[in-house]
Design a protein around this ligand. Structure first.
Ligand code: CA
Length: 233
């Protein structure tokens, strides 16, 4: 299911900028006027390609010299990817999720950002299909595809990727940080055994700084391809 019409970067930028979980007064993200970045043609043509799956290229920030020591909040991570005509990784299938989990396991990565996002910002009101939010309100922001209800094993999968535990010792998503400092946990991170729970999905407040995995964005590649004749992407 698609949450919004494809193609209009500007509309998405407005949605993200209006998001209180990103722009509210947290230590590292109290920067006003943050928007989604547009792709940079030269960076798209020369983007890092660590591995390929079903026609999409991917890279882990820790394996790219320009980003190897970088830990950034969720929106900064998206924007770094987007300049390369990529976006944060979206795991729509178990096979793709297994690729991400394996990369994390084999490289001992503590955690990464994905493009998963809770639809709790302006534009998500009056959507009964997204209620209750904790179960039905999650989607992949890279392509606006809905994420399966969080309390169910996704169709075609052999396991539920959300962790069965976390800070409050209850299954994820648990919005645990809200009880601590009033910040919603609106972004989807894969954590590596942080709660002695193996590699699993967690809802995390978006201002946390983490390494990230980028995945090709067909939308951004098409956009740059159609505006730069002869470019090789
Ligand atoms: Ca959580």
């Amino acid at each position: 299911m698609i949450l919004a019409p494809v193609g209009l970067v500007v509309i998405l930028a407005a949605l993200v900028a209006a998001d209180p979980a990103i722009s509210e007064a947290r230590p590292h993200s109290n920067r006003p006027g943050r928007f989604l970045s547009l792709p940079v043609a030269q960076k798209c043509a020369n983007r890092p390609k660590e591995f390929q799956y079903r026609g999409h290229n991917y890279f882990f920030s820790g394996h790219v010299p320009a980003h190897s020591n970088q830990k950034v909040d969720w929106l900064d991570a998206r924007n770094i990817c987007r300049e390369y005509c990529m976006d944060l990784v979206s795991m729509e299938t178990q096979e793709e999720n297994n690729l991400v989990f394996r990369l994390i396991q084999q490289n001992n990565v503590p955690y990464i950002w994905t493009s998963g996002r809770l639809c709790d910002f302006k534009g998500c009101e009056n959507r009964r299909d997204l209620e209750p939010k904790a179960l039905n309100g999650w989607f992949w922001s890279a392509n606006r595809e809905k994420i399966s209800p969080t309390n169910q094993t996704p169709i075609g999968w052999g396991y539920n990727p959300w962790s069965q535990t976390g800070h409050k010792k209850v299954r994820q998503p648990d919005n645990a940080e809200f009880d601590i400092n009033g910040t919603n946990e609106s972004c989807l991170s894969v954590l590596n055994n942080v709660y002695n729970d193996g590699i699993a999905w967690h809802d995390v407040a978006c201002y946390h700084e983490k390494p990230f995995i980028c995945e090709d964005s067909e939308e951004l590649l098409n956009y740059v391809g159609s505006n730069n004749r002869g470019i090789r992407l």
